[in-house]
Design a protein around this ligand. Structure first.
Ligand code: 5RP
Length: 219
């Protein structure tokens, strides 16, 4: 199976976690798109979705799925999303699609984060994938210096403006051995909107697409 087939496989598998009549938290990216397409098949059995990006909202609506404002929802049973990397404890790097802030906001509403990913995303230590950080553009130069001081090389993602009107830094050269501590530290730097380390909002379940089928990891 190629990567797209593995993404489709886990998108389908995540439907098992959807409670009939519930509102579903929906992520962003090519794997989340596979889930959205599967969700469309059971749209009459759910109350709607809370979306993590303009792109996912557009896809959900194109399928005729009701998209609810996150402000109108107190709890979601599940949030389903992809990841750029996931470690063996359920910590993730996210934000390759620049939607990390809204992804974390919707994940925060959910009882369980169901990560859907092909097997290439499973790593021992986070950091090979450039760490996305949503920032306020005014702070770019000083944040680039801060990442350099911790051994990373941060570059502004050219031509990208997030759904929140902000910018993205991609940071290479980091080995994130303590994701909880790194998330807490980077998040409090002035100018950082959200760091793409999902440790406080880690996955409880990962549906990993492998050539032998879906492997379920629980954390
Ligand atoms: C978007 C994300 C995505 O979940 C992540 O980039 C994985 O994307 P894909 O499923 O396309 O590989 O965090 O901001």
């Amino acid at each position: 199976m190629n990567q797209d087939e593995l993404k489709a496989l886990v998108g389908r598998a995540a439907i098992e976690y959807v409670t009939p009549g519930s509102i579903v938290g929906v992520g962003t990216g090519s794997t989340a798109n596979c889930f959205i397409d599967e969700l469309a098949k059971i749209k009459d059995r759910i109350a709607g979705a809370v979306s993590s990006s303009a792109k996912s909202t557009e896809r959900l609506r194109a399928h005729g799925i009701t998209v609810l404002d996150s402000a109108s929802v107190e709890r979601l049973p599940i949030y389903v999303d992809g990841a750029d990397e996931i470690d063996h404890r359920g910590h993730m790097i996210k934000g390759g699609g620049a939607a990390l802030t809204r992804e974390k906001i919707v994940a925060d509403l959910a009882d369980r984060f169901i990560c859907i990913a092909d097997e290439s995303k499973l790593v021992d230590v986070l950091g090979k994938f450039p760490l996305p950080v949503e920032i306020i553009p005014m702070a770019a130069a000083q944040l680039i210096r801060r990442f350099a001081a911790m051994g990373g090389t941060a570059r502004l993602r050219e031509g990208v403006v997030t759904d929140n009107g902000q910018a993205i830094l991609d940071v290479t050269g980091l080995s994130i051995t303590d994701p909880l501590a790194s998330e807490a530290e980077i998040n409090q730097w002035p100018g950082v909107v959200t760091v793409g380390i999902f440790a406080r909002h880690k996955a409880q379940v990962c549906l990993l697409g492998t050539s032998a089928g879906v492997k379920t990891l629980t954390f």
